[in-house]
Write a protein that binds this ligand. Structure first.
Ligand SMILES: Nc1ncnc2c1ncn2[C@@H]1O[C@H](COP(=O)(O)OP(=O)(O)OP(=O)(O)O)[C@@H](O)[C@H]1O
Ligand SMILES: [Mg+2]
Length: 234
């Protein structure tokens, strides 16, 4: 579905070069539940941003449906972002002056979806926030804000879900609820990539891609044994 070929991403900071990703090749198939694991600074967010066409590689290519997205027009990448991927950002990125309902409805309005209001209310109810729709982000707990961000990502029904540290700020119980929601999405046929530095979380994945210093150091089944959600602890 999405293929990265020899992708590198380098930044110049004055005279110094920062290598965020180095020669990364991988293929993401439809319906996979993938965890991207690695320490802080290993390139996880950079990788997610490139897969979601938020950012372009310095070298290498992203191939989607046989065509190169990295060589394509800006408008094609915009369409890919609108129609194919949904991001759950590391820092939520909710609009502070919009309520939970309005934050979700916004993306539906942007996509000219009919019945945006009812759809937004439904997806917020699905993530357990039916009684928080009129709250502004500052009136919600961290876990609730995270769930609004997830509701927003689910609202459009895009087939690829990219989640950057979706449980990073959360307590264990809320973290498990969020992972449950993401697992349900994968079970329903979506492609889900979850970025985390928490190795325990990688146990619920079909496939774990491990990054170190911008390189893939392993790619396969969880190394410490597959587990169900109820078996996880951290
Ligand atoms: N816009 C940028 N300009 C310069 N360097 C950058 C930029 N974005 C990322 N980097 C550097 O690239 C490396 C990888 O960053 P990235 O954000 O992908 O790491 P990460 O694995 O997501 O880390 P964390 O777990 O802390 O979120 C880091 O060393 C970072 O400092
Ligand atoms: Mg990051």
């Amino acid at each position: 579905m999405i293929r990265l070929e020899n992708v590198s991403k380098r930044y110049w900071m004055g005279d110094a070069q920062v290598v965020a990703l180095e020669d990364v090749s991988l293929e993401v198939a439809k319906g996979e539940f993938i965890v991207v694991l690695g320490p802080s600074g290993s390139g996880k967010t950079t990788l997610l941003n490139i897969i979601g066409a938020l950012d372009l590689p310095t070298d290498g290519q992203i191939i989607v449906n046989g065509g190169s997205l990295s060589l394509s027009q800006r408008a094609d990448r915009f369409k890919f972002r609108r129609k194919t991927v949904s991001f759950i950002f590391q820092t939520f990125n909710l609009f502070p002056s919009l309520t939970a309902q309005e934050n979700v409805q916004f993306v539906l309005d942007m996509a000219n979806e009919p019945h945006a209001q009812q759809k937004a209310a439904q997806v917020l109810a699905d993530v357990g926030l039916g009684d928080r729709v009129n709250h502004f982000p500052h009136q919600l707990s961290g876990g609730e804000q995270q769930r609004v961000a997830i509701a927003r990502a689910l609202a459009t029904g895009n087939p690829v879900l990219l989640a950057d540290e979706p449980t990073g700020e959360l307590d264990f119980r809320t973290g498990i609820q969020i992972l449950d929601l993401l697992q349900q999405q994968a079970a329903a046929g979506k492609t889900v990539l979850v970025v985390t530095h928490n190795r325990e979380i990688s146990r619920i994945a079909d496939r774990v891609i491990e990054l170190s210093c911008g390189r893939i150091v392993s790619d396969g089944a969880p190394r410490i044994g597959k587990a169900t959600l109820s078996e996880l602890q951290w």
